[in-house]
Design a protein around this ligand. Structure first.
Ligand code: SR1
Ligand code: MG
Length: 390
């Protein structure tokens, strides 16, 4: 970069920071504010703005995908979608997402409460830090928002009108491409270690798995069941003791409930396999406990919220679990060979990483191609203990 380009960039970023500072000022005491960029996400800029002894978060969407730059334009309407989804999820599951303090659609920015004492759940889990109560809270969050925004609990006309506000075509297209399509073809966006090239080639040649993924893509596009988070994993949940808040709702749309629950479970599988391959079986067992707590809380909350005049909750729960396993399979594959990976696996030393990657793909095949999963322990053991081909 030339010195004049560097100067331009400094100007642009200081302009952006003063704009962010002005947006946040009304939520802070009078006096000077400091703005620091704290985000490392793929899509947006995230700033912490502090002043007068308080702080808030400002999330701003540039008109492109942050990690790719201007070569990948992306709608700024994603901030409106995220803001509305946060408000709706907060109504359905009070206190289980960050509070929206203000929204500035013209600047594609939302101001959020700063949960600075919380940690990203993935960070805590990788560090082997048990945060009590969190898995159950995530289970009850899923039950509340998924049932609450579905025809099971929401008036049909309200729900239909709401659905039209969450078409979210561009962000759904990202998921459709990166989760269900690219990992099974030779796509430029794919990225994996050389050592995994053989596994990636086997995935491309795996017709049954490709069929299963194509069918899940169809279901992702056509099952408009509830206002799902759309990217719910341990990296999009902030935690403190007995508190869990789902964040980053820009992928929200009316889609299949099992996409969210399957993603939570797959990301717990990454954590458990990561710990096993790191030589920490005890913490891997703790993570297995999280998966059970998550599903138990979800099951209990669904039964609590279930409408009395709909006598089919057993069938609903059985299908949700079986479909969660199928969606978990797509997440297990895409985080190994696709564009976006997970630190639980990528941070392992090379030999352990390769073993973990192979296990994730083997577990995915078992979930996607085996008989329908009927119990959480069946899901967990198939995903975490499947034999890898030698
Ligand atoms: C280019 S966006 C890549 C991934 O980041 C987001 O967090 C979603 O998981 C998406 O698939
Ligand atoms: Mg995200």
């Amino acid at each position: 970069m030339s010195p004049s380009q560097q100067k331009d960039q400094q100007h642009q970023s200081s302009d952006a920071e003063s704009q962010v500072g002005r947006l946040a000022a009304e939520f802070l005491g009078s006096g000077p504010v400091t703005v620091s960029e704290i985000g490392d996400g793929n899509l947006n800029m995230v700033f912490r703005v502090s002043g007068g002894g308080r702080s808030v978060i400002v999330k701003q969407a540039p008109p492109y995908l942050r990690v790719a730059g201007e070569s990948w334009p992306l709608t700024q309407d994603r901030i409106r979608i995220e803001t509305e989804a946060l408000r709706i999820h907060n109504d359905l599951a009070p206190g289980q997402v960050p509070q929206v303090l203000g929204c500035h659609p013209e600047l594609a920015a939302v101001v959020l409460e700063d949960l600075h004492e919380h940690t990203v759940w993935r960070t805590a889990v990788i560090a082997g830090r048990d945060v009590p109560g969190v898995a159950s809270l995530v289970g009850s969050y899923c039950a509340r928002v998924l049932l609450g925004s579905s025809d099971l609990r929401m008036d049909a006309s309200t729900r239909k009108q709401l659905e039209s506000r969450f078409i979210n075509a561009e962000l759904c297209a990202i998921t459709e491409e990166l989760v269900f399509t690219a990992p099974y073809i030779q796509a430029e966006s794919n990225s994996y270690d050389d050592a995994l090239a053989e596994v990636a080639a086997a995935l491309r040649a795996d017709l049954p798995l490709r069929r299963a993924s194509a069918q899940l893509l169809w279901e992702f596009r056509t099952r408009h069941e509830a206002l799902i988070h759309g990217d719910l994993h341990t990296g999009s949940i902030l935690v403190a003791d007995h508190d869990a808040r789902a964040f980053d709702l820009e992928f929200a749309f009316f889609g299949p409930m099992a996409y969210d629950t399957g993603n939570v479970l797959a990301n717990l599988v990454f954590a458990a396999i990561g710990h096993e391959e790191r030589g920490n079986p005890d913490f891997a067992a703790v993570v297995g406990g999280y998966a059970r707590e998550f599903w138990t809380a979800l099951d209990e909350e669904v039964r609590q919220l279930w409408p009395a005049h709909q006598p089919w909750e057993e069938a609903f729960l059985a299908r949700l679990l079986a479909d969660s396993a199928r969606y978990a399979a797509t997440e297990l594959v895409r985080r190994m060979v696709g564009l976006a990976h997970v630190a639980d696996i990528d941070s392992l030393p090379p030999d352990a990483r390769l073993r973990a990657q192979r296990r994730c793909v083997a577990g995915a095949r078992s979930l996607a191609l085996g008989s329908p999963v009927r119990t959480l322990s069946d899901l967990w053991s198939r995903a975490t203990t499947e034999e890898t081909p030698t």
